[in-house]
Design a protein around this ligand. Structure first.
Ligand code: FES
Ligand code: FES
Length: 230
């Protein structure tokens, strides 16, 4: 039995058996219970109010009404503006919320994948001001006013696939495809900063993106193909 279980048992045992003061002062005990119930009810009401706010925030495809919705009594105002893929999005963000969670579960941008959720795999990579970042390890509140680009915002000049995406397809990079959005973001960020990278530079740029399918060489060839404009 753990220490916590032992403590719980003791607590429950004493709670089940009214002590002498309770027997002696049933009236006072009863009013104590009433007070407890009242505060518990208020507590539950508070939780429900907070939950309603969070649940409302988690609905996707919300319109402007959402931003103007009345905040439940007692809830903290957390609406922030994010610049995502060239659009300003208003969203209710918890203080400790990561950008990956906001993008996926509040803005519906599920192209950003969550693998490890602790800055190891790169599946969640997005660009912030054209620099790749792990969105699972970036607090949403820290990127207010900065340009966030997810895989949904990557496209070619004709609105179709970006040259990097075309090159990845040509080189058979995507196998299961789970890591592909992150690989694309890292490659696009590289080519923005360095349009003619060496193979070593490209390898370095993609080194933060793990691929369980082991298609590293395919992705590398894809970057070099895109850089050649082939
Ligand atoms: S999910 Fe962010 S690095 Fe793995
Ligand atoms: S293509 Fe499957 S994890 Fe990379």
């Amino acid at each position: 039995m753990s220490l916590r279980d032992s403590k719980n048992k003791q607590t429950h045992a004493s709670a089940d058996k009214p002590d002498d003061r309770e027997a002696e002062f049933p009236q006072r005990f009863a009013s104590g219970i009433a007070r407890t119930r009242t505060s518990r009810r208020e507590f539950i009401k508070g939780v429900i109010a907070s939950g309603a706010t969070v649940a409302a925030a988690s609905y996707l495809f919300r319109g402007p009404d959402f931003a103007q919705a009345k905040t439940a009594a007692g809830a903290v105002e957390r609406l922030v503006s994010l610049k995502v893929n060239g659009q300003t999005r208003r969203v209710d963000v918890l203080p400790q919320e990561t950008l990956a969670m906001t993008l996926r579960y509040k803005l519906g941008l599920t192209g950003t994948k969550l693998g490890c959720d602790r800055a190891e795999c790169g599946a969640c990579t997005v660009m912030i001001d054209d620099v790749p970042h792990y969105s699972c390890s970036t607090l949403t509140h820290s990127v207010r006013g900065r340009a966030i680009t997810t895989i949904e915002g990557i496209k070619g000049e004709d609105g179709g696939l970006h040259p990097v995406q075309k090159a990845f397809v040509e080189e058979l990079g995507p196998q299961c495809g789970f890591c592909t959005p992150g690989q694309v973001i890292s490659a696009v960020a590289l080519l923005k900063a360095n349009p003619k990278p060496t193979a070593d530079e490209a390898r370095q740029a993609l080194s933060g993106n793990l691929c369980r399918c082991g298609a590293y060489d395919h992705y590398l060839r894809g970057v070099m193909r895109a850089a050649r404009g082939a």
